[in-house]
Design a protein around this ligand. Sequence first.
Ligand SMILES: Cc1cc2nc3c(=O)[nH]c(=O)nc-3n(C[C@H](O)[C@H](O)[C@H](O)COP(=O)(O)OP(=O)(O)OC[C@H]3O[C@@H](n4cnc5c(N)ncnc54)[C@H](O)[C@@H]3O)c2cc1C
Length: 392
Amino acid sequence: MSKAEIFDIIIAGAGAAGLSLLQFLMNDSKTSGMRVLLADQRLKPERDKTWCFWDDRALPDSHLLAHSWDTLGVRALGRDFEMPLSPFQYHCMRSDDYAREILNRARNSPNVTLIQTGIEDFSPDEKGAAMYTPYGTFKSPYIFQSALKVPDFEHMRVDISLRQHFLGWQIKADRPVFNPNKATFMDFDIPQKQAVTFAYVLPFSDREALVEYTFFSCSLLSEKEYEQGLADYLSDRYDLRSEDYKILYREKGVIPMEDRRYPALYCDRVWNIGTMGGLTKPSSGYTFSRIRQHSARIVDALAEGRDPAIRPASSYRFRVYDIMMLYQIWRHPETAVQIFHDLFHKNRIELILRFLEEKTHPLEEIRLFSSLPWYPFFQSIYKMKRRIFSGA
Ligand SMILES: Cc1cc2nc3c(=O)[nH]c(=O)nc-3n(C[C@H](O)[C@H](O)[C@H](O)COP(=O)(O)OP(=O)(O)OC[C@H]3O[C@@H](n4cnc5c(N)ncnc54)[C@H](O)[C@@H]3O)c2cc1C
């Protein structure tokens, strides 16, 4: 391959965002003929993430789903909420299944080139932009990147920097204990370790489930602490001792939950996508569905011959809501649990999910906020006023 080869589109990073963008490009008849380069340091499908999301449509790639649930459960402050999701379903996709499908399609497409290489930097260029790798320099009018932090990342203003961190075990129990129709979204009725602490349960059958012990906090735990938390949860909630189950798979994760203003561009003609594009919702960590919606918008623009929009991932209004909630999670985790309790206790799940997707209108948001304790939100606005009144 010659150096400085030119492509119609370069996708730098083949994680959820890069693969999703490639999938949407290959699916659209107006973009499927474009010459695309996909680059990543690792182009082998690996199971390291289980992506869950909700949707109310029939999905074109539903054959890739590992499981779907019709009901969500939440436990908080001694109450157990069971919420039928219709018209939504809660879906789960494994990273290896997704990567295998998209990479196989790409390998069979004459227009897509895959390169396994480290990515070092990007810069604007007379052809659009250039991507620098040890393998050579590649150019395109459009680069979409999820691999690198923007150059001034460490100097950007961040007032609240939390992380969602967890350890999950996919276990097989020796007896039926799970309900495969119901995913436990958040079970807060476990010891709260001076942080928002909850368990998350995705049952794939009555004996098999991925169970995660999750924190919203600044610092990570030791491996032993996560493991002890999981073992205690399985024992307390399902009466399962260690000899009653086998661990089939482990998943560790750290997801940023912060008020950093992730820029839309790395530099001119290089768009940030995925986590680097600020697609991770600060107050929940959910990213996958937002990535897919972003991919659809990018491909719509390219199909119409337009440049993709350069704008923040969330509107000002939803940035403010996220900052208000982040402040409570950070400074008053016990109040945050009360807020989650009231949110699920007093509102329809359909409204909550649309709110979390940032698809509600202001009147619905007023209704939703009026069901929650008001003092913490005034407190958040007061404490975060500089951030909120300087554009959030
Ligand atoms: C364990 C885990 C579980 C998650 N579960 C959910 C979930 O259930 N629902 C949800 O909505 N969100 C979830 N998330 C959050 C989010 O959806 C994922 O982090 C998602 O993978 C983000 O996609 P991305 O493409 O931005 O980043 P990644 O998927 O991390 O992809 C980045 C890619 O860039 C490549 N790369 C990085 N640096 C370089 C370099 N220098 N050179 C070449 N390549 C490079 C990496 O190899 C990788 O393939 C989860 C996150 C984790 C960590």
